[in-house]
Design a protein around this ligand. Structure first.
Ligand code: ASP
Length: 272
């Protein structure tokens, strides 16, 4: 899934597309893939419902759009982008976000239409065994640098399995789930939202670039800060303004794909 998204993203970049459009497209591909915890295939909350968060950020204008606890749409990342471009606000939540989606002509879906069989199965297991760990499993994100020097980042999630209804993680919080600044870089985070937000993980990484680190050093640094300060489990992908790419994680696994020359690379894991 990540490699497919990277391949299409690269093609768009090669054709002169802007980073903002590219990260939205990449995340839409991942949202549509039930492997990932966002859009169709999102994990279910304690009430058995899909409730999603997403953020998109444009590093040229330091502009952003985010949606929080939104239900019944397939692509929260596109709604987040519309919040940025078509409203005077930066963040919309819950029913207001859903009403805005309807207003923009986005099809509204039932809970059943958004629930993948795998997500339902997982929910039933959780219900039967309250001790099951509820760590996250597959938030998706993308970061791109385009040929005009524009950097954008996007992150979309169904959150953590069996979360309380209304729970909001790091993803839609600017600087935590994503950050982009053309002067430094872009970052997108995944993992334990309750810990990620405490160290504002994505901004920690892009600030590190501002202090002279490259993308990989900044990714390693941000994860180290999260582990040392709040014992957080998660991962981050980073692109710096020079086009270097980095990723790091304290979770067991992270699935990533990237390109800087047209060749698509992918990895399921990398020790940080
Ligand atoms: N960070 C997301 C959240 O806490 C979950 C994840 O990354 O899988 O909502």
């Amino acid at each position: 899934g990540c490699q497919l998204a990277a391949k299409i993203a690269w093609k768009l970049l090669e054709g002169g597309a802007r980073a903002l459009h590219v990260v939205e497209t990449a995340v839409r591909i991942l949202e549509d893939d039930p492997t990932f915890d966002s859009g169709y295939g999102s994990v279910l909350n304690a009430q058995g419902e899909v409730e999603m968060d997403a953020i998109i950020m444009d590093g040229a204008a330091l502009d952003l759009g985010a949606v929080i606890a939104v239900q019944g749409i397939a692509n929260p990342i596109t709604l987040a982008r519309l919040v940025m471009t078509d409203t005077p606000h930066k963040i919309l939540a819950g029913n207001g976000a859903r009403d805005f989606a309807a207003h923009k002509g986005i099809p509204l879906l039932s809970q059943a239409e958004l629930t993948a069989p795998k997500a339902r199965e997982r929910y039933e297991k959780h219900k039967a065994d309250a001790a099951l760990n509820s760590s996250s499993k597959g938030t998706c994100g993308a970061v791109a640098l385009d040929s005009y020097g524009g950097i954008a980042a996007a992150t979309s999630t169904g959150g953590t399995p069996f979360k309380m209804a209304g729970r909001v993680g790091d993803t839609p919080l600017i600087g935590s789930g994503a950050y982009a600044d053309n002067q430094t870089g872009g970052a997108s985070a995944t993992g334990d939202g309750e810990q990620i937000m405490r160290v504002v993980l994505s901004k920690t990484a892009t600030d590190a670039i501002g202090h002279g680190m490259d993308a990989q050093a900044a990714a390693d640094y941000a994860i180290r800060v999260m582990v040392e300060r709040v014992n957080g489990i998660g991962g981050i992908i980073v692109v710096d303004h020079n086009g270097n790419i980095g990723f790091a994680h304290s979770s067991q696994n992270i699935a990533v794909a990237w390109s800087s020359d047209g060749t698509i690379h992918g990895a399921m894991q990398r020790s940080s």
